[in-house]
Design a protein around this ligand. Structure first.
Ligand code: AMP
Ligand code: MG
Length: 411
């Protein structure tokens, strides 16, 4: 019997096989969450000109630099008013000021802005009550972005900040990697689909929906192929159909039972298999290979095993195919609250609930950890990663956890 492949090796194999997909252009409003396929170089400075950071008066610093301005205010002649969006027509000369609004270009001749609160304007003049530093309240041209600089690197995921910056750079269309299309196939005679009428002999095919959601969350496009009965010919036909997608995910039928045909059918289709069994729990039976150049995963049928192995192997592959540069969930340390023991052979992923107690992050399991208990995933904030060689955990031990989402209110 073939040995168990350690997870870190399996991950290396999967990531070596997965390659970024082709590039497409999408409108900026559709770019959120996508991954940039080219470096974005600034076509011009931002701000494009020196401009005012305040509503106030653009002045020559030399005219207002005297001390004791409060007791002896300086009087300047106001020669123009420049709202944002207007270009100053005049040059500020000795003893003159131009009224200026936030964002408006600094007029020629001026080198400082005094904010309106530090002045007393009247019809055609203004009194300055405060000495300010030379260059005060001016945002210099290019302080944010310099023409020619790489502002967002290829491989960056587009968040609201990147979307705003792309707009500053006038990119209405953005080159991004294609989203992987993932064919999802359930196997098993005991399964009925959501929209089918079914009797007590059947259970609902939940894996396809959990997997489809996980694919979407990872940025992929799920393509549901339905259910294949436990018959090699049916399975083969469905798998062939799935090869039109970028990646294929099966669930069930990968163990050694009499009705587990995935292995045989993969072989019949000329799959180049990389591993069949993983040294993890849940999720030991897991097939990964390439069929006609497409990545194919046979995940275990048990719902928790299917989700945990998706997290550890399929998700990283999808992230790499989508152009990401890092492929893991955020990982943090927390203080374990329970006793736990296992054999020092496989890596375990316990479903965990995080808490913050007196400023310290703590984690406890969701309760029963059976691989068919999907409520353990429903309750979970995280997966507690217990390495192969660890035999026992006690309350107070520090453990590493993988966060399953990004929105936590841990209080
Ligand atoms: P198998 O690996 O095919 O022996 O399946 C293991 C367990 O997972 C069995 O109890 C199946 O009923 C269950 N299972 C398999 N596929 C699915 C599915 N698509 N949805 C929900 N449960 C499943
Ligand atoms: Mg089965």
């Amino acid at each position: 019997m073939q040995g168990l492949t350690p997870l870190h090796e399996a991950q290396k194999i999967v990531l070596a096989a997965a390659q970024p997909l082709a590039v497409e252009k999408v409108g900026l409003l559709d770019a959120l969450g996508r991954v940039l396929a080219e470096d974005i170089i600034a076509p011009r400075d931002n701000p494009p000109w020196d401009n005012s950071a305040m509503d106030g008066f653009a002045v020559r610093w030399e005219d207002i630099k005297q001390e004791h301005a409060i007791t002896k205010p300086i009087l300047l002649k106001v020669i123009e008013e420049v709202p944002a969006g207007k270009v100053p027509a005049k040059v500020v000369g000795r003893g003159q000021a131009i009224r200026i609004m936030t964002g408006a270009p600094i007029p020629k001749g001026a080198n400082t802005v005094v904010k309106v609160e530090d002045t007393e304007p009247s019809e055609a003049s203004v009194r300055i009550f405060k000495e300010v530093e030379r260059g005060a309240n001016i945002r210099p041209q290019g302080e944010d972005v310099k023409k020619g600089d790489c502002i967002i690197a290829k491989g960056t995921q587009i968040r609201p900040a990147e979307a705003g910056m792309l707009a500053i750079l006038a990119k209405s269309f953005v080159p991004v990697y294609q989203r992987p299309r993932v064919a999802i196939l359930a196997t098993g005679d005991e399964l009925a689909d959501l929209d089918e009428r079914f009797d007590e002999t059947k259970i609902v095919n939940s894996n396809s929906y959990g997997t489809a959601a996980a694919v979407q969350e990872a940025g992929g496009v799920p393509v549901l192929l339905g259910i294949a009965q436990d018959q090699p010919a049916v399975l083969k036909e469905k798998i062939k159909q799935g090869l039109n997608a970028d990646l294929l995910v099966l669930s069930g039928g990968v163990s050694m039972g009499d009705y587990d045909f995935t292995k045989a059918v993969f072989n019949e289709l000329g799959a180049e298999m990389h591993f069949w069994k993983l040294a993890i729990r849940p999720g030991q039976p897991l097939a990964f290979g390439k069929i006609q150049g497409k990545l194919a995963f046979g995940l275990p049928g048990n719902p928790v095993s299917s989700m945990v192995t998706f997290e550890q192997l399929v998700r990283p592959a999808l992230l790499k195919m989508s152009g990401h540069r890092s492929y893991g969930r955020p990982v943090i340390q927390a203080v374990f609250q329970e006793k736990f023991s296992k054999r020092p052979d496989r890596r375990h992923f316990l479903r965990g609930i995080l808490n913050r107690e007196n400023g310290v992050l703590t984690v406890r399991t969701t309760g029963d950890q059976g691989s068919g208990i999907l409520t353990s995933m429903v309750k979970a904030h995280c997966l507690i990663d217990v390495p192969e060689d660890v035999e026992r955990l006690n309350p107070g031990d520090t453990v590493t956890v993988q966060l399953l989402g990004s929105n936590f209110w841990v209080c």
